[in-house]
Design a binder for this molecule. Structure first.
Ligand code: GTP
Length: 305
């Protein structure tokens, strides 16, 4: 028994598209769990990874890039992003050093001031400091801190790893005392499952973004390393409506087949084994609005948890 009490909580990373959220997450959790992409607006609110720092378990909620809504669809994504942020115990606003206080950043700050009455601590993470001079950085930090009462400011480079440890340690101290959400052995194989789900989702998005933008989610149900050196992976593609199912399947199942083989090719690079990927499409309405925070994490809570 140890008398150090454990801590656990949710941290929402918010920021404009391309701020570097995925890159930071990859560093924080020590494994490549979400696909860093140059394409914008590919992420949605969900659990991206779990970091352990001393007695603390930090569960990162990644959010879609928060940006000014242009189309109706974008608005629902923004809503989802704020949903994730307001549920979190701690918020980290990530901005790009070389872009500074953009219109988008000001808009996020305005909304944080107006719409987040819970009073969670908000940290400012100025990212990509490798791209600017120190004086520029200090002036920017000052300006942002005048605009919003940040609990703390971090100057980081997610890509190079500068300042990331400090941020993680600070977060560990901010999350509330309490039992861990995930047993340690479940975290170990989490990244691979998540990478695999993310890869399939990416293929789906690439292929179907016009018909079904942001309306699907992928979970890895089963991951079985077989003794013959191959790996069987079962994933479920969740869609929101019955009608969407047909779109994902395609005529005679050819769409899902094409997506499956593209995803399989990417996924097999990771374990370095032959991968057999099985995709199933299911309808799960309203996953965007599900009230329970745990249900859409793509993580399994075993019976009794
Ligand atoms: N120079 C520099 N580039 C960085 C740094 N961190 C991230 N990047 C780059 O910025 C780009 C965007 O990074 P992502 O991590 O995909 O950004 P994101 O915020 O997750 O983007 P969305 O998923 O679109 O919201 C990538 O090309 C990264 O390599 C950094 O510290 N320095």
């Amino acid at each position: 028994m140890t008398d150090i009490s454990t801590r656990a909580g949710f941290v929402a990373l918010i920021g404009e598209p391309n701020a570097g959220k995925s890159t930071l997450l990859n560093r924080m959790v020590g494994a490549k769990i979400s696909i860093v992409t140059h394409k914008v607006q590919t992420t949605r609110t969900r659990i991206r990874g779990v970091a352990i720092e001393g007695p603390a378990q930090i569960v990162f909620v990644d959010t879609p890039g928060i940006f000014r809504p242009r189309r109706r669809l974008d608005r629902s994504m923004v809503k989802a992003a704020w949903g994730g942020a307001s549920d979190a115990d701690v918020i980290v606003l990530m901005i790009e050093a070389h872009r500074g206080m953009t219109e988008g950043v000001s808009a996020i700050i305005d909304r944080m001031r107006d719409e987040m009455p819970q009073g969670q601590p908000v940290a400012l993470a100025i990212n990509k400091i490798d791209r600017v001079q120190a004086e520029v950085l200090l002036a920017l930090a000052e300006k942002l801190n005048e605009a919003f009462p940040f609990a703390k400011t971090f100057m980081i480079s997610a890509e190079k790893g500068y300042g990331v440890k400090d941020l993680r340690e600070w977060l560990a101290g901010q999350v509330p005392e309490g039992p861990w959400f995930y047993p340690e052995d479940q975290i170990a194989d989490l990244p691979m499952r998540m990478i695999a789900a993310e890869m399939t989702r990416e293929k789906l998005t690439l292929r179907l973004h016009e018909e079904l933008p942001y309306q699907l989610t992928v979970e890895t149900e089963k991951w079985e390393d077989k003794t013959d050196g191959s790996t069987r992976i079962d994933q479920i593609v969740y869609v929101m409506r019955d009608g969407h199912k047909g779109i994902v399947l395609g005529n005679k199942g050819e769409t899902i087949k094409a997506i499956g083989s593209a995803a399989r090719a990417d996924i097999s690079e990771f374990p370095g084994r032959t991968v057999h990927l099985f995709l199933q499409v299911k309808v799960r309405p309203n996953w965007l609005d599900e009230p329970e925070r745990y249900s859409e994490m793509g993580l399994d809570f075993k019976d009794g948890d």
